[in-house]
Ligand binder design. Structure first.
Ligand SMILES: Cc1cc2nc3c(=O)[nH]c(=O)nc-3n(C[C@H](O)[C@H](O)[C@H](O)COP(=O)(O)OP(=O)(O)OC[C@H]3O[C@@H](n4cnc5c(N)ncnc54)[C@H](O)[C@@H]3O)c2cc1C
Length: 454
């Protein structure tokens, strides 16, 4: 008898799971139906800032696989279809057809279910938050809406609320489009949730260097509107005129549908799964921004909304939901971002997070250059390495610099993942030639300094 796999959410996690399942089981054996409420599937949300900034002008380039391509591949994708309920006892989902010619609501049966509903931008509960011109950014449709507003309304002034990496990448995009950009955040430094304050200060400097005005330590109190359209952002310190506002205030896992159905939700708000990505309900799987993952450094469960995890978790679901047996081991929060010429990257825990978790650490910060000092084109790079004092193991790293700085985090991430001692890391046989690095790569210099501090 043909089994039926239903997927909720047609982006990274959901369609990776569907595609992987399709490769393992043929059409006669397994019917795969994917519901996506938006118009796009398998898109790159990560590319939105570059689309808004016009570095990428063709929207199609951000779509890895269209609904038609998925259908040709044997996956029955239904766009403009929102799943509004999951009935676990009857093994059915309730689906609403959102298309103009839609036929209302109906139930769809499943044998295996994949929840890949992603995340939703956090919207602070302040007056004016729902005004026209205030944009959250999560799906490609959100990105299209922002770009349309820039192209059509030709705004002059933008305010970014929230200095996380999405806010900063959107700031760069709007600077590229010639807008006056201001950034407000209740914390004292940008990227306060993911970087230590000393490294965040370098990011602040980078933002000012590209013309972004910063108003830090100023929570937003509301938005002034005129005829329903945003006109200004009010913080505790000032009123900033704004033709367009981008919310970079973080995201929360979209786990409501699963939670309402009785699937276990963790303290983080994400769906709880085991390492095989199966939820508390047999045959119901979850992956991507809607789930919580094990942090391999602290052992705690938390939501880390990144495309890297969504794709890997989707693959694990696609294999396990079709009879395989693979594991998603966990995360260490490796991420990189670019703001104009500046690259920012991090992995593991920060010095501040170590303090909160009660882990006694040494933290070494060094300044070096990205190439041999005499080689043209080199730029400053700052590397911070955090190591546990007791064991000497590297538990975190942060990098801020220019070209060639960001991807250096990967070698440190590999060390964190493998619980490498900082002394051992300092002796690693890394490559060197003047166009790429000084003879002691900056990551080795930082590790050496941390080893000396132990
Ligand atoms: C601007 C931006 C830049 C980013 N840059 C990076 C980066 O550089 N590196 C990185 O690793 N990550 C990055 N990310 C994060 C990355 O895009 C996400 O982690 C990834 O898209 C998560 O994939 P997902 O499939 O779990 O969720 P999503 O991509 O959010 O997809 C979920 C889908 O489910 C649909 N859906 C939700 N509920 C329902 C329902 N009830 N019925 C039907 N459909 C539903 C939604 O419409 C959506 O299309 C970025 C994100 C943004 C917004």
């Amino acid at each position: 008898m043909t089994e039926r796999l239903v997927v909720i959410g047609g982006d990274a996690a959901g369609m990776t799971a569907a595609s992987r399942a399709r490769r393992r089981r043929d059409l006669v054996d397994l019917e795969i139906v994917a519901f996506e409420r938006g118009p796009y599937t398998s898109y790159s949300a990560c590319g939105i800032p570059y689309f808004v900034g016009d570095l990428v002008s063709d929207l199609g380039e951000l779509v890895a696989r269209t609904p038609e391509e998925h259908r040709r591949n044997g996956i029955d994708v239904r766009i403009a279809h929102e799943v509004i309920g999951i009935h676990l006892d009857r093994r059915r989902v309730r689906v609403r057809d959102l298309s103009a010619a839609g036929a209302g609501e109906r139930d769809e049966p499943f044998d295996q279910l994949v929840v890949a509903t992603g995340a939703v931008p956090y919207r602070p509960a302040v007056p004016g938050i729902d005004a026209d011109g205030v944009f959250g950014v999560q799906t490609l449709a959100d990105g299209v809406a922002v770009r349309r507003a820039i192209d059509d309304r030709k705004p002059r002034r933008a305010v970014i609320v929230g200095g996380g990496y999405i806010g900063l990448e959107m700031a760069e995009a709007l600077v590229r489009r010639g807008l006056e950009v201001a950034l407000v955040d209740r914390t004292e430094q940008p990227m306060a949730a993911t970087l230590d304050a000393d490294m965040g200060a370098l990011v602040a400097k980078s933002l000012r260097a590209v013309g972004v005005t910063l108003h830090m330590g100023e929570p937003v109190e509301g938005f002034d509107t005129d005829g329903g359209t945003v006109r200004a952002v009010r913080t505790t310190g000032r009123t900033l005129p704004a033709d367009v506002v981008i919310l970079g205030t973080g995201v929360r896992p979209d786990s409501r549908l699963a939670g309402d159905a009785g699937v276990q939700i963790g303290d983080s708000g994400g769906i709880v799964t085991d390492a095989r990505m199966e939820t508390s309900v047999e045959g119901v799987w979850a992956a991507g921004d809607c789930v919580e993952s094990v942090d391999l450094v602290t052992g705690r469960r938390r939501v880390v909304a990144l495309g890297t995890h969504a794709n890997k978790q989707g693959r694990v679901v696609g294999i396990n939901a079709t009879g395989g047996d693979v594991r998603f081991p966990g995360v260490i929060g490796t991420a990189a971002s670019k703001i104009c010429a500046y690259e920012v990257a991090r992995s593991g825990i920060t010095e501040r997070e170590a303090g909160v978790a009660g882990v006694d650490v040494v933290a070494a910060t060094i300044e070096s250059t990205s190439r041999a000092g005499y080689f043209p084109g080199g730029a400053p790079i700052t590397v911070k390495v955090v190591a546990e004092r007791r064991s000497g193991k590297i538990v975190g790293a942060q990098i801020v610099g220019e070209e060639g700085a960001g991807k250096r985090i990967d070698v440190l991430a590999t060390a964190i993942w493998n619980r490498m001692h900082v002394e051992e890391f300092a002796n690693l046989d890394l490559s060197y030639a003047p166009p790429f690095a000084p003879v002691w790569d900056p990551v080795l210099v930082a590790a050496r300094k941390a080893a000396d501090m132990l």
